[in-house]
Design a protein around this ligand. Sequence first.
Ligand SMILES: [Zn+2]
Ligand SMILES: [Zn+2]
Length: 316
Amino acid sequence: MRALYFDGRSLSLVKDYQLKPCDETVVRVSLAGICGTDLEILKGYAGFRGVLGHEFVGVVEESKNPELVGKRVVGEINVGCGTCSFCRKELQRHCPYRTVLGIKERDGAFAEYLTLPEKNLHTVPENVSDTAAVFTEPLAAAYEILEQSHIDPSWRAAVVGDGRLGNLVAQVLSTVVHEVHVYGRHKRKMDILRDLGLKCFHVDESFEPHGYDLVVEASGKTTGLATAANLVKPRGLLVLKTTVADAVSLNLSPLVVNEVNLLGSRCGPFQPALQALSKKLVKVQQLVDAVYSLEEYSTAFKHASSAGTLKILIRP
Ligand SMILES: [Zn+2]
Ligand SMILES: [Zn+2]
């Protein structure tokens, strides 16, 4: 099969890549999304070697469960060892021995086929298109915030970052709290958020220091954390969503003095994300900038890493 392989230095299209033999479910990938994490991996984040890509929707080609064959699915990306204390509590995503689709010791979705254990797969409701379903994984990451903390509807919330993840987080938060402000830098991205009914501010022009009970840092930039730390109220909740390859240097004293609650947040639950897409609580179509073939990967990644871009999809 054709697959986009990262050897630690560069990406290349391999024409005769072999799926690793295993007893997992085989999925034919219909559509896959390029995510900020993929761009960070290309810069050295996570030290990954293999087929890149972890956001996908596809059709089950082969499975030990005959009922699954032919079903349209999305898949949770973490595969635990199954026996450690985290796995026993269904926390595979924190298993120290886990593999992660297209991120850690497991080939990913920028290929014609991928494999995952059956229990990682979720069937996609019929009224959710492939273009929407491919957002399930990043949307689940946004829902993780609601899973991790009780959010009071009266809170004022801010999201730092107007990109792919910031947009999804803002939409998810606005289903819970009345006031969500997004701090961004890109006119086009902020216009898209405004069309969704969200209030946006340019981070250099309008700023409400220490005005928010909840601040989510989803900028994908090392500078976003300092911005977020300036927005959060004393005793407020600061959720960190950005994973970057670079180390961050930050004066932590204001966080200590203001007794800010810091919460790291990563992958999340797929079911609420699929439900939200099915009920159109979250809109994702406007985030897609372009769809490329695997052969066009070089253009696709260039497009994905340019400043104004939201989401680039790859159709294998
Ligand atoms: Zn991702
Ligand atoms: Zn485990």
